[in-house]
Design a binder for this molecule. Sequence first.
Ligand SMILES: Cc1cc2nc3c(=O)[nH]c(=O)nc-3n(C[C@H](O)[C@H](O)[C@H](O)COP(=O)(O)OP(=O)(O)OC[C@H]3O[C@@H](n4cnc5c(N)ncnc54)[C@H](O)[C@@H]3O)c2cc1C
Length: 431
Amino acid sequence: MSDLPVVVVGAGPVGLAAAAELVERGLRPLVLEKAAQAGAAVAEWHHVRLFSPWSELVDPAAHRLLAGTGWRRPADAGYPTGAEWASEYLRPLADALGERVRYDTEVVGVARRGRDRIVDAGRDTEPLTVHVRRADGSEERLTARAVIDASGTWGTPNPLGGDGLPALGETAAADRISYRVPDLTDETVLARYAGRHVVVAGSGHSALTALVAFAELAPTTRVTWLLRRGAVGSTFGGGDADQLPARGALGTRAEAAVDAGRVTVVTGFRTERVEGRELVSDKGDRVSDVDETVVLTGFRPDLSWLSELRLDLDATLQAPVALAPLIDPNVHSCGTVYPHGVTELSHPEPNVFLAGMKSYGRAPTFLAMTGYEQVRSIAAALAGDRESAERVELVLPETGVCGGAGVFDEPAAAQGGCCAPAEPQALTVQR
Ligand SMILES: Cc1cc2nc3c(=O)[nH]c(=O)nc-3n(C[C@H](O)[C@H](O)[C@H](O)COP(=O)(O)OP(=O)(O)OC[C@H]3O[C@@H](n4cnc5c(N)ncnc54)[C@H](O)[C@@H]3O)c2cc1C
């Protein structure tokens, strides 16, 4: 099997980093990307400025690969937009990987060769088969020694419905609902929202980003913020205690917009129905005269094409079972995620890994640097360097949020008290 490639699904930041790490280890990656170019998901949120500086957005092995190509590394302290992350780093990296990246190639299934998930025999000895469909409709089965699924979750946003299913009428109202942070610098997009009553649903960083943008259009544009949880609680994040200052500042700006009365907050609203221009909660509460709804309620992984593999996924988060307790917003008391690698990301199915955004399942707060460390560890393990694979090499920035993320009615319920605002701590990558 050592002659076979390691198939990496997705040419996003983590898939490309995986390829760079594998190349450095002398292994053969084959990155399969469904879009026509690298960084396709990131390019869709081109207008959003990241809260991570460049220093945390470039994978170390990718940097070393790019260094030999004449690539100019952007200044560490700058904060790129999605468009800049894609054009100044991801696409040059994909170019440097050359023919190891195939575009217009969607992975539609992965299985153990000749075996569905029920068959025991040969799971350790047979390679994996990767079924792909190209943009021209042609299909192929590729053989792989390992598969790293770094396909992200961008394509499967959560719906508006408070129970995780589309609200009644949500699909029918599709022309007045968006699941993306709007780019208000685009005239057409601005014309859609300006002067209307816009409802933003969700409590993560994307929702905060949208609120800050819409608040600039108030009061001529009416902005209502729908929260499922019973109180705003820690939704604005850690502010000054956040070790990523730009992430903390985003929450502070959103809070200021609410305090200034530019955003109306509705808490404890679990949307059950969309009735014409009204949103109706499961308790019968109504938000009326709604022109547009922007649903930013997080993402979920698409596991449909992994059905023939034996994955060990947490029943709550759909993340690898050993990773889930580290990232579960129901129980996790610091909003900060501990570094983890191949040990937490392994499954009963040998040599199959979920990495990057997809590895978090439904959990929030994924950082690219977490994904880079995941794939460094996986590549080390595949190269037989178990010692390096198991070494924790990253300290992640504290969010400064204590008491859990408060996913439901009682934001304080998960108070764990483990993160007294810490002294800002330098990010360290030990190599
Ligand atoms: C608006 C926004 C802002 C963010 N800001 C930050 C930040 O400031 N700092 C930070 O560290 N992180 C941030 N993140 C989180 C995270 O780092 C990014 O989402 C990052 O893009 C995740 O990388 P990924 O490679 O796991 O997935 P993605 O970037 O989603 O890449 C997945 C790739 O896989 C491809 N693909 C999907 N399905 C298939 C398939 N079946 N076959 C083949 N290809 C497929 C997609 O086309 C895509 O190119 C942000 C996320 C969002 C949405």
